[in-house]
Design a protein around this ligand. Structure first.
Ligand code: ACO
Length: 425
């Protein structure tokens, strides 16, 4: 039976249909609101606005649940690989052995980057942030790999190209930024092992692959693979709605992810923890974060959707411990992070505001243990989020209800007044 909510405005009643998702969540369908009533809704930051129906990822922020295509992220982190999870997100179901092998072959076939792109890398100033470079280079891919005639083939090849080349391009930018020889992808290595080898192998010191490190990278990437309509995914969908090519839409997603309130938080957390270590005054930083007059925030804390512990943060914290133990490393920043979490979780301010560690709080510790430099952290997040962006873009392209994204506004500027010639102003 159809359900409705009733809106009363100037003595007239309007029935707005209620939409129910598979997990019972309800939404008011306002798609005819302006047409029927002349009204629009106002929702800064879209905190109450659903922009689409999606069958990819389910998040319950109150219960701390995250599932990709119905499968709990905890199970994927334990049993799956990033490559398999990427397939799941993009194609809607786990692959058979044959499908997975075919996917691996395609990823290998597309792993090389056009040699001319190396020249671009060399032209960026050495101090450039790798996220700015990655966003520009992904957009530039369209010039190197023009559109194919057949749409189906075009989408499949573009998707594989992106998944494979972004990993090569990320490692390449790191090598070039250090003035080192670029290491090429190898077809005998798995997705994550290949990336690590391209990052850390060198002609003078061959890189020894450690299965624990490869597993940790797989888990890191799986945990970042999708998160429904977050800021960067919304950017991919909004830009994609103008029917730009996939490279341009993903490039917009990378730019959005760079922000410290979003993916850039993983870098900001390590900088914050290092700052606390230098100052040696943790309580003062907590006090600053609580002071309404001070814009300072605890990075890696809080989330628009999670009002309880982020399930990804729980796995990441466990992995940080395990990895440091296995690699026989000690990281003073992990001790500071644990102490900070303990203080915050008992503090009234953080409890009342439902502020818990998010995925970025412990992820930097894991990446440091793997050997990833701090300014590359958000690039690793981008590699992880890529299958999610692609899946969401693909879903939006196939959605019969999809329209050009074009929000409205409530104008608050001056009323009409006449132009004043410059000599009279
Ligand atoms: N430290 C201190 N106070 C905080 C924090 C924080 N990290 N986060 C939120 N608050 C407070 C705000 O000051 C505000 O307090 P008030 O109501 O008393 O004024 C209240 O909590 C609500 O904050 P909003 O900014 O309105 O919440 P929103 O849902 O818009 O913000 C966000 C979510 C941006 C993630 C925020 O929690 C934040 O800035 N966190 C730090 C940055 C971070 O870790 N980002 C990564 C998010 S995960 C991801 O994108 C992968």
């Amino acid at each position: 039976m159809s359900e409705y909510v009733t809106l009363t405005h100037q003595g007239r009643e309007f029935r707005l249909p209620l939409v129910t998702g598979t997990e019972g969540e309800k939404a008011i369908d306002i798609s005819r609101l302006r047409q029927d009533t002349g009204l629009i809704t106002l929702d800064p930051g879209f905190a109450n606005t659903g922009s689409c129906r999606s069958a990819i990822t389910f998040v319950d922020g109150e219960k701390g649940i995250l599932r990709y295509r119905g499968i709990p992220v905890e199970q994927l982190a334990e049993h799956s690989t990033f490559k398999e999870t990427a397939y799941l997100l993009i194609n809607g179901a786990l692959p058979s052995q044959k499908e997975l092998t075919r996917f691996s072959v395609m990823l290998n076939d597309h792993s090389l980057v056009h040699e001319d792109m190396k020249i671009f890398y060399q032209s960026f100033p050495r101090s450039s942030h790798p996220m700015g470079i990655l966003s520009a280079m992904v957009n530039a891919l369209r010039s190197f790999y023009p559109e194919l005639q057949n749409l189906e083939e075009e989408i499949n090849i573009t998707v594989t190209r992106l998944l494979s080349k972004v990993r090569t391009m990320a490692a390449m930018s790191y090598k070039i930024s250090r003035g080192h020889t670029v290491v090429y992808p190898r077809s005998d290595l798995t997705y994550c092992a290949n990336f690590l080898n391209m990052m850390f192998d060198s002609p003078v010191k061959p890189y020894e692959l450690d299965p624990d490190v490869v597993k940790a990278l797989n888990v890191f990437l799986i945990l970042h693979a999708d998160h429904e309509q977050n800021c960067s995914t919304a950017a991919v969908r909004v830009v994609g709605s103008a029917r730009v090519n996939l490279y341009a839409a993903i490039s917009a997603g990378i730019a959005a992810l760079w922000g410290p309130l979003h993916g850039g938080a993983n870098q900001a957390v390590i900088e914050m923890l290092s700052d606390i270590q230098r100052r040696g005054d943790l309580p003062a930083m907590v006090a600053r974060a609580k002071d309404r007059k001070d814009p300072y925030r605890l990075m890696g804390f809080g989330h628009r959707v999670y009002k309880t512990y982020d399930p990804r943060a729980r796995i990441m914290k466990q992995m940080a411990h395990l990895l440091l133990e296995k690699l026989k490393l000690s990281d003073p920043l992990l001790d500071i992070a644990r102490e900070l979490e303990e203080i915050a979780l008992q503090d009234d301010y953080f409890v009342e505001h439902h502020l818990y560690p998010n995925v970025d709080f412990y992820s930097g510790i894991v990446l440091r243990a793997i050997g990833i430099p701090t300014n590359m952290f958000t690039v690793l997040f981008a590699i992880g989020r890529l299958p999610g962006w692609i899946a969401q873009w693909k879903e939006s392209m196939d959605d019969p209800a999809w329209k050009l994204c074009r929000p409205r506004q409530v104008y608050s500027g001056p009323g009409e007044h006449d132009y004043v010639p410059i000599e009279e102003r």
